[in-house]
Design a binder for this molecule. Structure first.
Ligand code: SF4
Length: 454
């Protein structure tokens, strides 16, 4: 399929081929799905909303509910005020959410819809809420949309009563429900009372009960979001996803924050556990230490298969940096580390990791695409690919083992239910990596070398 990708790399500024990101509203919709009884609302045409819902539903294998302002030619010319007014009335009447979270699209941004004024003129039923954020898709990526929606909720809802609630807010960054559940377990084990915001667990991993629920009983509640201003501290996971919301809350309500990398791998998880320990001041429970030891043991046992293996990691910036850190801990060489999200500090953070582990001849790049990654692999190949489903064509064309991780993973099942964060997630990833490399070795070796016991 990609057999004709040329080896020669030409510098491109204004064109992305096979992008390594999607558009802002996808992130805004996913953030809104992490709030209880919330209807994400796409202010634009139905096509945008369908695409955003589709990509989220296909990743999670769960229905991603959302409504649309259903722009047609008239709204495109005269603005979407009346569409939003009608939509809000219908949504509250028919679907009865507690809150509608409106995000914009390319079209409504281009015509310059004044969302603040539209929403202030809405007739909102007693006890219900409408919030919004601007998500122009020609800037940033779905990661930008995700934190913009978080800031939208905080803008409208947060308050400071002056009575501290003793809780720590955790901003999990872009995480699967399986990751969020695991983060909550770690906080509980460390005796830290938290507000997880947003929290897609219970919603995007709802169990089969035989009865469809429009609003499954998960998500951050409106009162929890309100209370963020009274939290003692924020632990913001993932600089590129969570720094802006953390700064926003600090500026608005003077809530201090720790910014930490996504807790993937040993070192990055250690930092998270230590941050929790600084808050609760308890000893780390033995079962967390035991799990850490098991991960380190697994890494040592399998190092003969991972050591110096070249890997390309691609996807969202915080996930990619976490995966890169884990690969370096496994003794691998992260030859290409790329994200499509345009954040220049990303390359610096990745280079800091290369330096820390003495990894040479590795390339890190933000605002990159998978076409370029493929070209680089054609010039200097890798032993393993780790990233989203969109890498499968490269894996097939170049016959490289491929591990799916990050968002979106459209062509596999079950991934969002299980963590990649924490020591438990590290064990899962280390197993996947070792297995992929050993499967390849078994496939390619001579019959007489095919050992059952290694
Ligand atoms: S038109 Fe804009 S908002 Fe709609 S799907 Fe395309 S990039 Fe996303």
């Amino acid at each position: 399929m990609l057999d004709l990708t040329p080896k020669e790399i030409v510098n491109r500024e204004a064109l992305r081929v096979n992008p390594c990101k999607t558009c802002q509203p996808v992130g805004a919709m996913y953030a809104a799905l992490g709030v209880r009884k919330c209807m994400p609302h796409s202010h634009g045409s139905q096509g945008c909303c369908s695409y955003h819902r589709t990509v989220i539903s296909r990743h999670f294998k769960e229905p991603a509910i959302a409504s649309s302002s259903s722009f047609t030619e008239g709204a495109s010319v005269f603005g979407g005020r009346s569409n939003l007014t009608t939509a809000a009335r219908n949504i509250f009447d028919i679907y009865d959410p507690d809150i509608i979270a409106v995000h914009t699209t390319c079209l409504s941004e281009t015509i310059g819809d004044d969302m603040g004024s539209y929403i202030s003129d809405l007739k909102i039923p007693e006890g219900k809420h409408v919030v919004h954020c601007n998500t122009p898709s020609y800037a940033g990526s779905h990661i930008t949309g995700y934190f913009n929606m978080m800031k939208g909720f905080m803008n409208y809802l947060t308050e400071k009563t002056g009575i501290p609630n003793g809780k720590t807010a955790i901003f999990p960054g872009w995480a699967n429900p399986g990751d969020i559940r695991h983060l909550k377990k770690l906080c509980e084990a460390m005796k830290v009372r938290t507000v997880m915001f947003p929290d897609q667990s219970g919603i995007m991993d709802a169990p089969m009960t035989g009865k469809y629920e429009l609003y499954p009983p998960g998500g951050t509640t409106i009162s929890e979001i309100r209370s963020l201003g009274d939290c003692r501290r924020v632990i913001a996971l993932g600089e590129f996803t969570s720094l802006e919301p953390a700064e926003h809350l600090e500026k608005k309500w003077k809530v201090p924050f720790d910014i930490l990398p996504a807790p993937i791998g040993v070192d990055f998880t250690d930092r998270f556990i230590m941050a929790l320990r600084r808050i609760s001041k308890i000893e780390v429970p033995y079962d967390i230490e035991e799990r850490r030891g098991q991960l380190v043991d697994l890494m040592l046992d399998s190092s003969q298969y991972t050591f110096k293996k070249k890997v390309a990691v691609f996807g969202d910036p915080d996930t990619v940096l976490g995966l890169t850190s884990l690969c370096l801990e496994l003794g691998m060489l992260p030859k290409y580390v790329i994200t499509g999200t345009p954040k220049e500090d990303f390359a610096k953070r990745a280079r800091d990791l290369f330096e820390k582990y003495g990894a040479q001849d590795c390339l890190a790049k933000a605002n990159a695409d998978l076409f370029e990654l493929h070209q680089r692999i054609k010039n200097d190949r890798v032993d393993l690919l780790i990233g989203t489903s969109y890498g499968k064509q490269i894996a097939k064309a170049e016959d490289i083992p491929f591990i799916r991780a990050g968002f979106p993973v459209l062509d596999r099942y079950g991934g969002p239910l299980l963590p990649i964060v924490g020591y438990t997630g590290g064990i899962r990833l280390a197993e996947k990596i070792t297995e992929a490399l050993m499967d390849r070795q078994d496939r390619d070796c001579k019959d007489e070398d095919l050992e059952a016991v290694m």
